[in-house]
Ligand binder design. Structure first.
Ligand code: B1M
Length: 212
């Protein structure tokens, strides 16, 4: 059996098969990161390319995303540690106007696996909800994800609102940002405290931001 079969099952939108194959790979001792990178993320990349090329459309993208989500649910216990005291609390979400959540969920899983307590607000989240949730949970970090060039301005607005809240409400919340259209330059430009290229990068960054 090969990781290729997981890739193929995502490409065929077969969530039952994805779950079955992942369980088999886990039983065989395959590394979780290999399953993620070479099976599921590689398939989502291909789906994106086909969408860009006009050979595949939104319903198919959604079905592939559902297959990946089903796989992530199986991997969750293997990514999440049993940690005692959390390394810090992160309020996580995809910014307003953006409904993509697979990468954000992956970041959340890896943060949990890295010992952080994660409060996941889901998708299409406005700046004030991020701030009030962070206040209520005494969070150290707000983590913003954006997949669309059209939702990047919402990220900028959220970072500005968090920065204002830090000043006016006497808070000390760090902001980290990520997602495919985001890069270090953009993070610097909008005044974020850090940029995570991918889920492991987000964990390393979160550790730095809480001073670990
Ligand atoms: Co959409 N979509 N989509 N989509 N979609 C993209 C993003 C797109 C690049 C496809 C394309 O054109 N090739 C394109 C955006 C173009 C752009 O703006 N530049 C696009 C578009 C246009 C759209 C719609 C507008 C399509 C339409 O309706 N005409 C629409 C928008 C809806 C909305 O949000 N308002 C739309 C809808 C959808 C679906 C609902 C069908 C579905 C989402 C389902 C879901 O998420 N539950 C979907 C999908 C699946 C995709 C692609 C194919 C896959 C995204 C994904 O999950 N990747 C995507 C093309 C692609 O990326 N290849 C595409 C896998 C995931 C693991 O990677 O999200 O990059 P990623 O996350 C990574 C890193 O970026 C990083 O870590 C993650 C793991 O390593 N990361 C962070 C992410 N957030 C982070 C935060 C951090 C740190 C790191 O710190 C806080």
């Amino acid at each position: 059996m090969a990781i290729q079969e997981i890739y193929d099952a995502v490409m065929e939108y077969d969530d039952t098969r994805v779950v079955e194959l992942i369980n088999q790979e886990l039983d065989a001792g395959t590394d979780v990161k290999t399953i993620l990178d070479e099976g599921m993320i590689a398939a989502m990349d291909m789906i994106g390319k086909q969408f860009s090329g006009g050979t595949l459309f939104v319903p198919e993208m959604l079905m592939a995303a559902e297959a990946v989500q089903a796989g992530l649910d199986v991997l969750r216990p293997h990514l999440v540690g049993t940690g005692t005291k959390p390394a810090g609390t992160v309020v996580l979400g995809t910014v307003r106007g953006d409904l993509h959540d697979i990468g954000k969920n992956l970041v959340g899983l890896m943060l949990e696996g890295g010992g952080f307590r994660v409060v996941d607000l889901g998708v299409d989240v406005d700046a004030e909800t991020f701030i009030t949730t962070a206040q209520e949970n005494e969070a150290d970090i707000i983590a913003l994800s954006s997949l669309l060039t059209t939702s990047m301005p919402e990220m900028e607005k959220a970072v500005a609102a968090i920065s204002e809240a830090n000043e006016n409400r006497n808070l000390n919340i760090k902001v980290m940002v990520g997602g495919p259209p985001i890069n270090q330059n953009y993070a610097d430009k909008i005044g974020a405290h850090g940029y995570g290229l991918d889920a492991p990068g987000a964990v390393a960054l979160a550790r730095t931001l809480v001073g670990d």
